[in-house]
Write a protein that binds this ligand. Structure first.
Ligand code: NI
Length: 378
């Protein structure tokens, strides 16, 4: 069993090691190996999940089961922080703080192991692969290991909150994420003979303009949603009218109805604008995770646990970023919380940084939250 001071050291050491060795989604082999070593060295049981990367461990005694989840993957970003423990893998970086989540959960596992016999049930510790893919959460759900779980909790670092704070919000704290690709198909021709073809460029341009009216004219002004067109491609020279234009982007929202409304309106505009130009719109829609959905009663438990750990609770800043933790919340109640890690460049930026001083309080908070959740369920 690890002494308290030892856990602090393991936390910091693991965090720096993970930061130096970032691995992309579904490639988290060394990360998984490292986690396995530390957990086994402290007699924490690792369940048979069949996951090629990532793992599920367990601490506790008979009784209700709750889960704590951390994501373990990094991003294809080249680090520019200049930190002494900066990434040693060119083009890979823990630019979203998943190294923090992983170390904090490991710390919580060791803290819970110290009081295993006092726990009023079991805690499953989910080290999830491929949050950024996204969809690692679905792989974990498919293992069936969460079938006996009655509540699940996860955290994300926030560069918008100072160290020592915890951001909580009932309902959605991250958005639903959809991706669309629309091909405007006309008929290519000589630039000097537009009458001999169907130019898809004016159709795509009209659609791009009109798409921005969905949020301003169709969505309830008190609701949150967005349409971002991020990729346009058509033609490859100056004197040929191309036959197609690709328009790609993403839509976000905090509610199911808004998600549906944005999708329907976007598809209708694309199809009818194309038709109006004598062209066609072929739409490919890719549904990402829904919005997170924090249960008010579990937010209250988190608030209590935070106070006991002397963390200041603030209202979590809402964001239209996505988070695949939401897949768990489609099936299980629970809460996704934000941990203040000090102001910095935003997540996914090459200069993103977090303050490791926030690690120990985060680990202690997770352990306390798990303990309290089990008490409420037994
Ligand atoms: Ni993230």
């Amino acid at each position: 069993m690890a002494a308290l001071e030892e856990i602090g050291e393991i936390l910091q050491e693991t965090f720096r090691w993970l930061h130096r060795h970032p691995e992309l989604s579904y490639e988290e082999v060394e990360t998984t190996k490292r986690l396995r070593q530390v957990l086994q060295a402290h007699d924490v049981a690792i369940l048979d999940s069949g996951l090629p990367t990532g793992l599920v461990a367990e601490v506790g005694t008979d009784g209700p089961v709750i889960a704590l989840r951390a994501d373990i993957d990094a991003l294809p970003v080249t680090e520019e922080t200049g930190l002494p423990y900066a990434s040693e893998i060119p083009g890979h970086m823990h630019a979203c703080g998943h190294d923090f989540h992983t170390s904090a959960l490991l710390g919580a596992a060791l803290l819970l192991k110290r009081k295993e016999h006092e726990l009023q049930g079991r805690v499953k510790l989910v080290f999830q692969p491929a949050e950024e893919a996204p969809g690692g959460a679905k792989k974990v759900l498919e293992t069936g290991l969460l079938q006996d779980v009655c509540a699940i909790f996860g955290m994300h670092v926030s560069p918008r909150l100072p160290v020592g704070t915890l951001g909580l919000r009932a309902g959605a704290v991250t958005a639903s994420v959809d991706r669309f690709q629309i091909t405007f198909r006309g008929q290519g021709t000589h630039a000097a003979h537009p009458d001999a073809g169907i130019d898809p460029i004016p159709a795509a341009a009209a659609f791009i303009q009109a798409a921005q009216t969905i949020v301003s004219r169709n969505l309830n002004p008190f609701a949150a949603g967005l349409v971002s067109i991020t990729h346009v491609e058509g033609g490859n020279t100056w004197n040929v009218i191309p036959s197609t234009v690709l328009v790609e982007g993403t839509t976000r929202s905090l509610g199911k109805e808004e998600r549906q409304l944005i999708r329907e309106n976007l598809c209708r505009l694309a199809e009818r604008i194309a038709e109006g130009h004598g062209a066609q719109a072929e739409i490919d829609w890719y549904e990402g995770p829904p919005a997170t959905d924090n249960a008010p009663e579990w937010i209250e438990v988190a608030r209590q646990a935070a106070k006991e750990q002397s963390l200041e609770v603030v209202e979590a800043p809402a964001s239209l970023a996505g988070e695949d933790f939401a897949y768990y919340q489609e099936q299980l109640p629970g809460a996704f919380v934000l941990v203040g890690t000090g102001h910095s460049f935003s997540n996914h930026h090459p200069k993103f940084q977090l303050d490791p001083a926030a690690l120990q309080p985060a680990a202690a908070f997770l352990a306390r939250l798990a303990e309290e959740a089990l008490r409420r369920k037994s």
